[in-house]
Ligand binder design. Structure first.
Ligand code: SF4
Length: 362
């Protein structure tokens, strides 16, 4: 989502007459498009922004903007404005489409702060930079409040784009003839359309995208097991255009830990979905995400994650060491010591390697 937001910023900047600078020193406008998922990333943004203080002193017309998820949080936006008064624009994700307006206001001598909420803006195009893949945002925000995650606080509640606008965008992309893959994008694509009136299911949207004539494949991310319905599996199975490649984050193999994460599914429900996928789409590639060392995770519960990975035999997994995110429920729970988290993630990754070797998975 962050990369795709940058594509939108690139289109706006190009329209304003800006071109890409090779070095920061050559730039007239420096934009940090931030991500709030991990605290380490935030710290790096602060370090990078702080380092521009001297440059701004020497080059008075330089415009510095800090935008994206991180600045969608009012307290972080205030912190940036107070700590780095030489920053000109602090803007959350919802206001990115109006970036040109804010740059012009700065040129007239204003310093601008974030407006945390907003509506999806359909009118600003993207400068697509991801090769033969075209991202298409179908919804933004998330209603799930997993206890470790900051996204619902910074991206707001789920807001779906109208199906009509999505299909129009896909038709335009296909007509350009440059893109082999279209990736439907959202924090939780499976709950697409629940906020529309009348409601539209993700399965219907997927089917309607496939009905557009042209030589392209369709993929989507991210999925949430709690909303991964049978009708979606059926569309993937029957539509040639949908890639047989499902990324379904499990996060843990322990139902107790999943409850503590507020994921709203159990180990059994997750395994049930995998079983259905295997039955209906035999050659489907399946990948997953895991968080290791979630607060209060015991050794036995970690072993349940190991056994789930052993059972499913994913094509690939992404294993993350849990790191507390200020403001989330999990950050206030009893933490697992760092060395235990490290050992567990090593064990999990070693298991993944072993399975891939045994099964000949590439
Ligand atoms: S589903 Fe959970 S992990 Fe994913 S964005 Fe929403 S709150 Fe975060």
């Amino acid at each position: 989502m962050n990369v795709h937001d940058s594509e939108r910023l690139a289109a706006i900047c190009e329209k304003m007459g800006y071109t890409l600078a090779d070095k920061r020193e050559d730039a007239d406008l420096i934009i940090f498009n931030t991500c709030a998922i991990r605290e380490g990333a935030e710290d790096r943004v602060f370090g990078n922004v702080g380092a521009l203080k001297r440059m701004k002193k020497q080059k008075k017309d330089l415009i510095i903007a800090v935008v994206g998820c991180m600045t969608q949080k009012q307290s972080t936006a205030n912190y940036i404005m107070n700590t780095f008064p030489f920053v000109d624009i602090v803007l959350g994700t919802f206001n990115l489409p109006d970036f040109e307006y804010y740059v012009n206001a700065v040129k007239k001598g204003r310093q601008l702060a974030v407006l945390p909420e907003g509506e999806l803006n359909e009118t600003v195009p993207y400068k697509r930079t991801s090769g033969d893949n075209a991202w298409v945002t179908i919804m933004q925000g998330c209603n799930n409040f997993c206890t470790y995650c900051i996204v619902p606080y910074v991206r707001g509640r789920e807001k779906s784009r109208s199906e009509e606008n999505i299909l129009k965008e896909v038709r335009e992309i296909v007509a350009e003839g440059k893109y082999k893959k279209i990736t439907l994008l959202g924090q939780n694509v499976n709950s697409y359309g629940k906020d529309l009136n009348p409601q539209v299911s993700f399965a219907k949207l997927l089917k309607d995208v496939c009905a557009i004539e042209g030589d392209f494949k369709v993929w989507f991310m991210s999925s949430h097991p709690k909303d991964f319905t049978d009708d979606v599996i059926d569309v993937i199975a029957t539509e040639d255009k949908v890639l047989k490649d499902i990324h379904l984050p499990a996060q843990s193999g322990s139902s107790r830990v999943l409850k503590a994460m507020n994921r709203n599914y159990t180990r059994e429900k997750y395994l049930g979905i995998i079983k259905k996928i295997r039955e209906k789409i035999p050659n489907c590639r399946i990948t997953s995400d895991f968080i290791v060392g979630f607060p209060t995770e015991t050794e036995e519960e970690f072993q349940e994650t190991m056994s789930l990975v052993n059972e499913v035999k994913f094509n690939s997994i992404f294993a993350f060491i849990y790191s507390p995110r200020e403001g989330t429920v999990a950050s206030r729970m009893e933490q697992v010591p760092q060395e235990i988290k490290q050992r567990r993630v090593n064990e999990l990754l070693a298991l993944e390697k072993k399975i891939q070797k045994q099964e000949g998975i590439k």
